[in-house]
Design a protein around this ligand. Structure first.
Ligand code: AMP
Length: 287
């Protein structure tokens, strides 16, 4: 695996590889890697000739400065894991490399409705920051395919929108959420959970499973109310439990039996904010 910190060197190398006819798959991350990230690398290896991963903790997407400061850093382990997974290139830029013009007065992206609901509502500015870093990364790496996790369902939709705004030729490949044995979605933030809270964290998965198992035509509020209660009883501070149209994320309160649905949860366990989602209707897995 070759590690690049500078864009110019990365681009020179990628230019050569493209000229040789190689296709490229890109997996952007913020590090503290787990099996969810490595599944994206495997997906990319299956579908493209060369796999590029980036590790960059993007300051502009953290609406909570404490979350940014406490974001886990396990770089040495990450490098070993990426090497074992067969990653070809790791891009490891510094903030000044990604934001040479500084962090103020940045471009605004028209994300429309997507930015007003769920994560957009509870984390103001978050998706603008995601677009900032993704546009920069996509311009530098220019991959044929971009592999991202459905764990961040709304983020996949935002990046799809960004690719349209950029008129990019890159194809977004959403990949399934990888879970721990008990169902907890893998996340870099899980390592910040105190040991005593870890068993409780699975309640998010249980709440989503409850909704999926009991879904039927008609009123959906009893399902979201019950799921919310499950979480509150375990000590979570719930931001949202929502059922939405899987294609648009518009809220759905009354199901017609046809509309593809996704259930989404965001909740704090102590200081750690966890998110997860579950597609409720089959055959419609991709955001
Ligand atoms: P992050 O490092 O958390 O920004 O995540 C980098 C990429 O990994 C994003 O596309 C995430 O959606 C994806 N990802 C994070 N956790 C998981 C998971 N448990 N399963 C699949 N993909 C994941």
């Amino acid at each position: 695996m070759i590690i690049f910190k500078q864009t110019s060197q990365l681009r020179q190398h990628l230019g050569k590889l493209h000229a040789q006819g190689n296709t490229t798959g890109f997996v952007p991350t913020m590090g503290a890697l787990h099996k969810g990230h490595l599944a994206l690398i495997s997906g990319a290896k299956e579908q493209t000739d060369l796999v590029i991963c980036s590790i960059f903790v993007n300051p502009t997407q953290f609406n909570d400065p404490k979350d940014f400061e406490k974001y886990p850093n396990t770089l040495e382990q990450d490098i070993l894991a990426l090497e074992s997974a067969g990653t070809d290139i790791l891009f490891l830029p510094l903030v000044a490399e990604m934001y040479p013009e500084g962090l103020q007065n940045l471009e605004r992206y028209d994300l429309g409705f997507l930015e007003t609901v769920l994560e957009g509502q509870y984390r103001p500015g978050h998706f603008q920051g995601v677009c900032q870093v993704m546009q920069r990364l996509l311009t530098k790496v220019a991959p044929d395919k971009l592999f991202m996790g459905q764990k961040d369902y709304q983020q996949c939709m935002v990046v799809k929108r960004l690719l349209e705004l950029m008129q990019s030729a890159t194809e977004l490949i959403p990949c399934p959420t990888i879970r721990e044995a008990d169902g907890l979605a893998m996340s870099s933030r899980n390592m910040r959970l105190p040991a005593g809270d870890r068993p409780k964290a699975v309640t998010i998965y249980q709440a989503l499973s409850y909704i999926r198992e009991r879904l039927k035509i008609g009123e959906l509020k009893p399902l979201t109310d019950h799921a919310r209660n499950l979480l509150s009883t375990e000590g979570f501070k719930v931001d949202y439990v929502a059922i939405a149209d899987a294609g648009t994320l518009a809220p759905v309160f009354q199901w017609d039996g046809q509309t593809p649905l996704v259930a989404l949860v965001a909740a704090f366990l102590g200081e750690v904010r966890l998110i997860d989602n579950m597609v409720l209707t089959t055959g419609l897995e991709k955001p």
